[in-house]
Design a protein around this ligand. Sequence first.
Ligand SMILES: *Cc1c(COP(=O)(O)O)cnc(C)c1O
Length: 362
Amino acid sequence: MIPIVKPFIAPAEVMLPEIEQTLYSGYIAEGEKVYEFEKIFGDYIQNPNVLSLNSGTAALHIALMLEGIGPGDEVISTALTAEPTNVAIKLTGAKVVWADVDIQTGLIDPESIRQKITERTKAIMVVHYAGMVCNMDEINAISAETGIPVIEDNAHAMGSRYNGKPVGSNSAYTCFSLQAIKHLTTVDGGFIALKSPERLSDGRKLRWFGLDKKVPRLENDIKFPGYKYHMNNVNATIGLVQMRYIDHIVGKHKDNGLYFDRELAGVSGVTLLPYYQHTEPSYWLYTMKVENRSDFVRMMTENGIAASELHLRNDRHSVFAESKCELPALDQFYSTFVHIPCGWWVTEEDREKIVTLIKKGW
Ligand SMILES: *Cc1c(COP(=O)(O)O)cnc(C)c1O
């Protein structure tokens, strides 16, 4: 079966000696390897204001905490995402307010965001779902007009671009996940990228009990409690090795995605998704709309190719019951969209087979 997601791990002969060296170096906690990884990652996204963390969820949580978000506040978000996006909001005590999606793309709809803004709105959470970049021209305009900060959940979209630059320095906060199945994995890990360096020091404290590692331990004073969200040298070592392959990984995803864009255009029963102006997806998954989805999924599965929606729309969870509202565009999108494999493991032969099967019909 060709899977929809699969962890990329650098070859053993490259990876293992470096892990071994770090493991027995006498220093495996947050240290030089972590800071080196932060430097390299910052270079990759062209933003030096980054903090490494032990998960993408930690990145989302820290972004919300840096904005001082808590009970009584509202955060506008989308239900079409992996659960951590919205669970992180819930953890702060704030209310999740669903905006609807753009019926053509499944991504958060700027018009709907505008309608959902109240005086309690403290942040707008946008998700570059499946690697597609949201309508950032419009979302930036809303943020500029209202002063409400935007948090970009970029867990699916490492390597995607906006205005010709890597996603990661456009909004106040951009959150990355290095979890097992994302473009780049350190087994688990994450990054938060800040637009301005002012809150880096507070972010650093939030990731480590409220202590600042850059200040000697005996001179530290905890002013607010922090979490244990930092990355360690072992995960950073893995990340440093993995980073040598990032262009290869993202390149393969993009090459396959562009191939499907070309080859599936106009195929009967398939509707391709348009990409917004000034955006370039990184094709974590290949997402499209199909007629008779359950038949489509059955046909693909019978032929050894995984196809599915992958995520449960988050408004179905009891924990978000208070946020319940009508989302007509999501209802429509959710009943027709499907992901097919598009990642680095999909060979030219595989992708030709996929296109041939889809062209035959289901
Ligand atoms: C994976 C993921 C996260 C959370 O990342 P972790 O590193 O697993 O904590 C957040 N948002 C989305 C959309 C994700 O897919």
